[in-house]
Design a protein around this ligand. Structure first.
Ligand code: KIV
Length: 269
């Protein structure tokens, strides 16, 4: 079976910037070579998100992801998807000040082929983003609901519900743009506020749980393909019922083994 006709063109930072107001960008997470290879000619960008700590490693949040773990997965993704524009999340604690951030970002560039790193934070982290970009590290920002702040904030909270928070989010976006980020993820924000953020900056805004008003979208692969079926956040659309397909296939395999229908004569030497 062949896939739907595809007009994939490898993206660069210049093309990402030009996409603003021209083309909606698609980003998807990947954590391994197999899926990265499947996604690479379909999505504009592949994010090795620290969400892997939850959906791959089964941990309750992203905070215990380590730099070594992220580098390991980034290498798998870059190997499987050599044509893709790959971005790596800098994990919690690896960019707590300018010097530590630069040391770790350089390590990422030296040990992987990722095109860029992503860091969470707004005005509070703009000096760190500036330090990275002025030392030739390409940075994608991440504002709004920031999963690395889950313990300090006491949960995952939709942002932009008050005038004060709306103003803060716009300040965050402007500060991260000024610091040199080439794009900004805006997560878990009222769509009316995401629209204002998108209009306020000249770099593309990639939304997740922020409505269709942004310059592009990102989804976690296991959510959008329905492999994670414990719960479905409101903003996720499942394009496949992956969990049911996998469970049914494994059940069929078990039945075939038990009834000696697998392997058949054609499947033996
Ligand atoms: O870690 C991740 O997958 C992310 C996306 C949800 C944007 O940061």
């Amino acid at each position: 079976m062949s896939i739907i006709k595809n007009d994939f063109e490898k993206i660069s930072i210049t093309k990402i910037l030009k996409a603003k107001n021209n083309k909606k960008l698609t980003m998807i997470t990947a954590y391994d070579a197999l899926f990265a290879n499947l996604f690479q000619e379909l999505a504009d960008m592949i994010l090795v998100g620290d969400s892997l700590n939850m959906s791959f490693a089964g941990k309750p949040d992203t905070l215990s992801a380590t730099l070594e773990q992220m580098i390991y997965h980034a290498n798998a993704v870059c190997t499987g998807a050599s044509k893709a524009f790959v971005i790596l999340d800098m994990p919690f604690g690896t960019y707590i000040n300018k010097d530590i951030a630069l040391k770790n970002a350089v390590k990422i560039y030296q040990e992987t082929n990722v095109a860029a790193v992503k860091v969470e934070g707004g005005e509070d982290r703009a000096d760190i983003v500036k330090h990275l970009t002025s030392n030739s590290i390409a940075v994608m920002g991440h504002i709004g609901l920031m999963p690395q702040y889950v313990r300090s904030e006491g949960g995952y909270k939709v942002r932009g519900k008050t005038k004060e928070d709306e103003e803060q989010l716009i300040k965050d976006a402007l500060a991260i743009e000024k610091a040199g980020a080439f794009a900004i993820v805006v997560e878990g924000v009222l769509s009316s506020v995401a629209k204002k953020i998108t209009e306020a900056v000249n770099v593309p805004v990639i939304g997740i749980g922020a409505g269709n008003v942004t310059d592009g979208q990102v989804l976690v692969w296991s959510d959008m393909l329905g492999f994670f079926d414990e719960f479905k956040p409101k903003f996720v659309r499942r394009y496949l019922d992956g969990a049911t397909l996998v469970k049914n296939a494994v059940l069929q395999y078990r039945n075939d083994v038990q009834t000696k229908q697998f392997p058949s004569k054609d499947e033996e030497y």
